[in-house]
Design a protein. Sequence first.
Length: 299
Amino acid sequence: MKCTRCKQKAVVALPSHNAGFCASCFLLYFQNQMEKAIKKQKMFSPRHKILVALSGGKDSLALALQLKLLGYNLECLHLDLDISDTSKQVKTIAQRFCERFELKLHIIELKKENLSIPEVKKKLSRPICSACGQIKRYYFNYFAKQNNFDVLATGHTLDDEVSRLFANTLRWDITYLQQQSPILEQDQEFVRKVKPLYRLTEFETAVFCFLHNIQYSTIPCPYSKGASFTFYKRLLDELEYNQPGRKFNFYETFLKQKSQLFPPSTSKNKINFCSICGYPTLQDICGVCRIKKMLSKTS
Ligand code: AMP
Ligand code: FES
Ligand code: ZN
């Protein structure tokens, strides 16, 4: 197979784009897709201060490096979840990556915040993944606000966005469908959140990391077994295999038609501020302070 762009020998086939690329044309394709996402959705410009949530997985590592190569002003934040050896390994990966590419890395250790994820799992009756997601969002926003970042960027890819869209559609969850977007505007006390990889797949971030010789974590979260998201991703991969381009088309068409099909709700919920930590919440005490309180009662 020849590279679609330069006609040299191709090393990566991308059936969804009916294309194949040599290494350097693939990296150019990757950069173009990300630049397109940033411009199309008006995510940020070089004058903005960007905080990249760096998990140590291939997606957020690829995101941080590509942003750096494009000359954006970024720093990284890693949350140490304190999950056995997994957390130690991903933290080391994030540290080595940031040293190699001269990126500033901030680390928040959830153990020091009395929110070690295994402890939360032991004591909480609801699924740990939803509590963990809530804790992550809290610290991403809190840290970004405290340190004057304009934008928070996460490594969510097309695969993440499509499986979320699929899950929301299966439930016909209108509120979530209204809200789903690669950009969530800054709203009162919340920092603007963006997903610059929404046009790229996990396969493509893996190729990007391989070509840049970046080591990344492949260990799945030990609590993710049996999660419906993982199952939807497998289903959608099969669909994509049989009908290349289907994922991208499903998501792009949703974005184009979203405002007509699911117009944003006009009623705004009244935001309070948590009486313990000051974080914006719909209740008196925010979700994370409620988890902390519950943990201190049962310890
Ligand atoms: P996930 O929900 O694990 O697929 O992660 C989605 C995105 O959230 C990643 O690409 C990262 O940008 C961010 N993220 C997840 N876990 C962490 C973490 N422990 N520290 C920093 N960022 C994270
Ligand atoms: Fe948080 Fe798995 S429960 S990453
Ligand atoms: Zn609070």
